[in-house]
Design a protein around this ligand. Structure first.
Ligand SMILES: Nc1ncnc2c1ncn2[C@@H]1O[C@H](COP(=O)(O)OP(=O)(O)OP(=O)(O)O)[C@@H](O)[C@H]1O
Ligand SMILES: [Mg+2]
Length: 281
């Protein structure tokens, strides 16, 4: 369980204004991610994390003393009934929300030591997020949406544009760069969101129901993109209700009432939970 390595791109490097990688899903980024995966060191760790939402007279315990360790290059599905704490867990893992108690380590760095600015800078470089509802800015076109995550890091405009164009092209959207989100299909919107998540070249991708708003064909396309990102060595954590999606991961974490009730292979869950599990590639 203990962290076995700390990447050089630590808190210090982020604070010193290190640029995000110049490639998004390019060769050297893949090679770097591949090296991380082969190393198999711990990339994420939750240490006895509790999250309580204080609703006045009612307190909702969304997560209860959850501990979890994820290695570099792992692919993990998070499943569980509605309200079991999946999104809360993902948001806390991705530093979008803070726990009520407990700590989150990313690449060995104790994120509880970070201030807000440092936290968002660190998050922007290390973690890409993909949401069910895409969360694109409706007034910005695809290119501008993908350029957004680089704003934090003083990347010059011409380079922002080039990298965003490359990211869109890799996702097959080179000819849709100037379309507004409303002028794109659901699957295309999700691919723009994936390009945006990748443009700072994060090694960790977190997705919350990424296929939830898509038809089955677009959903399969998105999962094929995830297959590739995982093959490149990225760490992938996907919250899903879809047994077919969950079954693509060799590791499934099942939550119930804010507790981990299963952490292992999909085959142990039984058919009531995971049906039609496709073979893990
Ligand atoms: N901002 C919030 N304020 C108060 N309670 C919240 C908040 N967000 C989530 N909760 C509560 O925390 C619990 C866990 O919610 P969470 O969104 O993590 O569930 P989930 O497993 O993602 O569910 P779903 O499958 O429906 O998306 C629920 O009981 C929910 O009502
Ligand atoms: Mg949710």
């Amino acid at each position: 369980m203990a962290a076995t390595r700390t990447h050089s791109s630590s808190k210090h490097e982020v604070a010193s204004g290190a640029k995000p990688g110049r490639e998004t899903a390019g060769k050297s980024s893949s090679a770097q991610a591949g090296r991380n995966a082969r190393h198999g060191g711990e990339v994420l760790r939750l240490d006895t994390v509790t999250k309580v939402y204080d609703m006045g007279p009612i307190q909702v315990r969304a997560l209860q003393n959850v501990s979890l360790s994820v290695k570099a290059g792992e692919r993990v599905s998070i499943i569980g009934p509605s309200g079991s704490g999946k999104s809360t867990l993902l948001h806390i893992l991705g530093l979008l929300d803070k726990p009520t108690s407990g700590r989150i380590f990313i690449e060995g760095a104790d994120t509880s030591q970070f201030g807000d600015a440092e936290l968002s800078s660190f998050r922007g470089l290390k973690i890409g997020f993909i949401f069910q509802a895409f969360h694109l800015v409706p007034s910005l076109n695809a290119l501008e949406n993908v350029m957004l995550p680089m704003m934090l890091y003083n990347v010059p405009l011409a380079e922002r544009k080039l990298r965003a164009e490359n990211a869109l092209a890799r996702l097959g959207l080179g000819d849709r760069a100037h379309h507004l989100p409303a002028e794109l299909s659901g699957g295309q919107r999700q691919r723009v969101a994936i390009a945006r998540a990748l443009v700072n070249n994060p090694t960790i991708l977190l997705a919350d129901e990424p296929t939830g708003n898509l038809d089955s064909t677009s959903g399969r396309e998105v999962m094929a993109i995830f297959d590739q990102l995982h093959a490149d060595g990225r760490t992938l954590i996907v919250v899903t209700h879809d047994p077919g999606v969950a079954g693509l991961s060799p590791r499934v974490v099942a939550l119930r009432d804010g507790l981990i009730e299963h952490d292992g292979g999909p085959e142990h869950l039984g058919r009531s939970y995971i049906q039609n599990v496709k073979p893990v590639k």
